[in-house]
Write a protein that binds this ligand. Structure first.
Ligand code: ACO
Length: 330
């Protein structure tokens, strides 16, 4: 897909929201049911804990809470929204989409709504689609939500995967700005390579065996692709925006593994004060991880209007991508 480099009119990122289920599961708790340890998980992944949905709590519940926070932060309501995209690989149902459920719950009568499935790269994929649609005149405002209940597709007996993931949701609100600005989505770049399907997949689905299935992963193979592909797509997106890495205020990476995040940090030559890390608290929340990390850093005041943010993610497919955004309103 071609990059979407911008000058002049733009799609602003005017708000963010997030939601985490109340229940926290520590590494020590997991070590009571599978052969693992807090030390192994922390050393190999950086993860200390993860949030897990309660009985009956669904991906749409997480998504709705995150979307409501993003709307209320800027005094808007569902009726002000033209487009809702939910990035998820753990939808409530096979169909209808989780996005249409959110559309109804938010009272977003004017919005079209659909889900995007690009696993851990889902947020950057959905952001790119929303950016392109707003640029094409398909509305003024879009909600892009990453929401996952990965706990529902984990094999809780498989220590190589069950320790890595968590549940949660994050949302951003985009608004079309017709006047010239250097704010908003500056560039995006996506990639896919289905040849690597077998290193990260779910062994179920409606047209394969009819089961929901469980996450299967050759973690070390995924790891080998991660930093190489992420740093290459980051170079591409910087080129597309004609920017240098020095102009990036914050890297807000997909939170899969602290070693991947620190690998990117090193490649980009960024100090500790320019990378948002939430993997220790949230684990890998797939499509939700970037907007959750963004939300945490906006809420504690690290990220504010006018700063340049770099997003990057890789997920099952393989699919990967990056985006550059000058956050907030001019
Ligand atoms: N506790 C203790 N030991 C474990 C655990 C565990 N939870 N899991 C695996 N091990 C063992 C393995 O069995 C293996 O033992 P062996 O040497 O006796 O065979 C040993 O630890 C090393 O296993 P590796 O898989 O080689 O360990 P590695 O250092 O690669 O770390 C990890 C594994 C953390 C999964 C790492 O490879 C990783 O993070 N990869 C990237 C995964 C990722 O980012 N996935 C998300 C992509 S996004 C998406 O689309 C969902």
């Amino acid at each position: 897909m071609p990059e979407a480099s911008k000058s002049g009119a733009a799609n602003l990122m005017i708000s963010v929201g997030s939601y985490l289920p109340q229940r926290i599961v520590t590494n020590d708790e997991l070590a009571m049911s599978v052969d693992t340890s807090d030390e192994w998980i922390r050393q190999r992944t950086g993860i200390a804990q993860r949030h897990i949905v309660a009985e009956g709590e669904k991906t749409s519940d997480l998504a709705r809470n995150a979307a409501e926070e993003a709307l209320s932060r800027v005094g808007l309501s569902g009726a002000d929204i033209d487009l809702i995209i939910v990035a998820t690989s753990t939808p409530d149902d096979t169909f209808p989409s989780t996005a249409t459920k959110i559309q109804h719950q938010l009272g977003a009568h004017n919005a079209i709504a659909f889900d995007v499935q690009a696993v851990c790269a889902g947020f950057v994929y959905a952001l790119d689609v929303a950016d392109a649609m707003l640029t094409a005149g398909r509305g003024q405002r879009a909600l892009v939500i990453g929401a996952e209940s990965f706990s529902k597709i984990l094999d809780w007996q498989d220590r190589s995967t069950c320790v890595l993931f968590g549940d949660g949701a994050g949302a951003v609100l985009l608004e079309r700005c017709e006047t010239e600005t250097d704010y908003g989505i500056l560039a995006t770049k996506l990639h896919a390579d289905g040849a690597h399907r077998d290193i990260l997949y779910v062994d179920g689905g409606p047209s394969s065996n009819g089961n929901v299935g469980h996450v299967r992963m050759e973690g070390n193979k995924v790891f080998r692709h991660a930093v190489e592909k992420l740093s290459s797509v980051m170079d591409e997106v910087l080129d597309a925006a004609a920017m240098r890495v020095e102009e990036v205020d914050w890297l807000v990476p997909h939170q899969a593994n602290i070693r991947i995040i620190e690998g990117m940090q090193k490649k980009m030559g960024l100090g500790e004060d320019r990378v948002v890390k939430t993997v220790h608290e949230h684990a890998n929340t797939s499509a939700a991880s970037i907007p959750l990390a963004l939300s945490a850093a906006v809420n504690d005041g690290r990220i504010h209007d006018g700063q340049v943010l770099a997003f990057e993610a890789i997920g099952g497919g393989l699919v990967w991508g990056a985006a550059l955004v000058r956050y907030g309103r001019p």
